[in-house]
Design a protein around this ligand. Sequence first.
Ligand code: G4P
Length: 289
Amino acid sequence: MSIQWYPGHMAKAKRQMIEKIKLIDVVIELVDARIPESSRNPLVDEISSGKPRILILNKVDMADDRVTISWAKKYEEQGYSVLKVNAQTGAGTKNIPDLVHRLTVDKRAKLENKGFNSRGDRALILGIPNVGKSTLINRLANKKIAKIGNRPGITTAQQWIKVGKTMELLDTPGILWPKFEDQSVGLKLAATGAIKDDLLDFQDVSVFLLKCLLLHYPHELSKRYNLNDLPQFEVEPTIDDIVTVLDDIGKRRGCMMSGGYIDYDRTAELIIREFRGEKLGKISLERPE
Ligand code: G4P
């Protein structure tokens, strides 16, 4: 799923992306609705070279609906065409070809004026690993397209997939690297599974997750782990508050070592897996404000 990005990879991926973008009319940028900002690639603006862009908030089934609505509003205010999608079930994906067709109206008019027969509206799906690009391509294509393993730099013959009556989609997604700028971006990517688990410190990620859950989803947290008396935090909980909850979860779930000590590694992993498996409900890890 995940790869490590080196400067050489990044430069090559950027070059390839610029070449692909020359072929298309509309850029479809896919992000994870639970962490829309952290799952964007900083370069998309630059390489989209003024082409119309659709921002898709994917995995909306896993994100907090109210937060997703506020993200969509924020991006619309910034001038993006935004769609909320669940690529796994296909919910929201039927609107994609129509939106692409609307965004290409000027381009088609220009081509027709020059006497060219109008062709399909050409689009490319772009995004960092794990946001659901292959799932969405398969969904739109209505069949399984071979996955290229999220490796940048592998050149394969490109083909256009017909989607509906008007749209043509490149069969390979544009894979870009995640942002590396600050630790909280890394923790959010890690929590959602976008960074390879063996590169992670589960305890750091679980502390980050618990901080977010205590602040915004205390009800969901206490319900899942039968915790009593969780205070309503107005400001970020302290590390002591978090460790108290971690201890409580560890005890209740039997994550213990000999001598009656809490096994923090197992407790941390349990919380992360349950978050990823939606056992805590629909949770967003960042909000526009
Ligand atoms: P990528 O090409 O961008 O790297 O992502 P990919 O499509 O491989 O999707 C990454 C994971 O996210 C997959 O799960 C996929 O099923 C899941 N996924 C994609 N879109 C959605 C969505 O809208 N909702 C939900 N809940 N999940 C989504 P996986 O466990 O890595 O693989 P698999 O078990 O599905 O094979």
